[in-house]
Design a protein around this ligand. Structure first.
Ligand code: ATP
Ligand code: ATP
Ligand code: MG
Ligand code: MG
Ligand code: MG
Length: 258
């Protein structure tokens, strides 16, 4: 109620505007998905249906909110990057955060059957989220490089781990074999014991998924006009790219750093 004697309480709300020119990044991550993936019988190490579900939810988030220009995700996490000059919810962290994470969670539940048509969802999923304020494009790129490295190292570890388990080792034995091993040693285990060349595994598993907005030019015929007209249309697309923090990636999508 406006101007009530209780309204002074509003002044106790915490101020959390992310100041311009910081870039706003929201990262969401599934809560206890080790368990969620187990009870829903995800294929290990990578259940493609679950990854496609995450990608589909992230695509819907980008389509819904024009100020999000890019998203990057793997496993049970996604990072959403807002354009630098966004005024979305007056740049208030808690509003933005809660909106994105709750919308994503609703999408995850609503779309479940599309990706798992014969499996009823067990265990209600929830996601947690945080805001990262990147003071410059350089910091944003370092952030993305960090998440992508995390994707790579977790995927490499999990691939080895589940190969060992599927070959008859117990989970404890597999854990002990891999304890303290470096990247190169894990690649050797994969190659020598299982004939798997890590580089040949699907790029979505190794590199994660990047969703971005592009403009496509198209020629359309409008019914009451003689000649077709050219127009550009925003399209959301998913790419699996080796290094999303590299100069060449950002040169290809230079409009992202405007
Ligand atoms: P927390 O609540 O701390 O995030 P968590 O169990 O979700 O706990 P994460 O580090 O986020 O921990 O790990 C995600 C877990 O979900 C991993 O165990 C991973 O194997 C599993 N997972 C996520 N996506 C998939 C998938 N597509 N296929 C198989 N397993 C998956
Ligand atoms: P905002 O995004 O700013 O919160 P809003 O449309 O949700 O926009 P609110 O001030 O939160 O605005 O108002 C909630 C709206 O939802 C009102 O229009 C209210 O009539 C409607 N609403 C909520 N619950 C019910 C209900 N149980 N029955 C009928 N209408 C409802
Ligand atoms: Mg998690
Ligand atoms: Mg995670
Ligand atoms: Mg409301």
């Amino acid at each position: 109620m406006a101007n009530s004697k209780y309204e002074y309480v509003k002044s106790f709300e915490s101020e959390d505007e992310v100041m311009y020119p910081n870039l706003i990044v929201v990262r969401i991550d599934g809560r206890n998905f080790a368990r969620f993936s187990e009870v829903n019988e995800f294929k290990k190490p990578n259940d493609e249906r679950a990854l496609n579900l995450m990608n589909s939810c992230a695509t819907s988030v980008l389509e819904k909110y024009p100020d999000i220009i890019l998203a990057y995700g793997f496993s049970d996490e996604y990072s959403f990057i807002f354009k630098k000059e966004t005024k979305f919810y007056q740049r208030r962290a808690s509003k933005i955060l809660s909106l994105i994470v709750s919308f994503f969670t609703s999408l995850y539940v609503a779309k479940w059957n599309e990706f798992f048509p014969h499996a009823e969802m067990r265990f209600t999923p929830s996601f947690k989220s945080r805001i990262i304020c990147c003071p410059s494009m350089g910091v944003l790129q370092a952030y993305l490089a960090w998440r992508q490295r995390e994707c790579h190292s977790k995927n490499q570890y999990n691939t080895c781990f589940w190969m060992l388990v599927k070959s008859g080792k117990s989970e404890t034995e597999a854990y002990n074999i891999l304890k303290g091993t470096q990247k190169q040693e894990k690649n050797e285990i994969l190659f020598q014991q299982f004939g798997v060349n890590y580089k040949n595994l699907p790029s979505m598993y190794r590199q994660g998924s990047c969703i971005l907005k592009t403009e496509v030019d198209e020629t359309v015929k409008i019914h009451d006009k003689e000649s077709p007209v050219r127009r550009s249309r925003k399209m959301v697309k998913t790419v699996h790219s080796e290094n999303i923090a590299s100069r060449s990636f950002w040169n290809d999508y230079s409009y992202l750093c405007k």
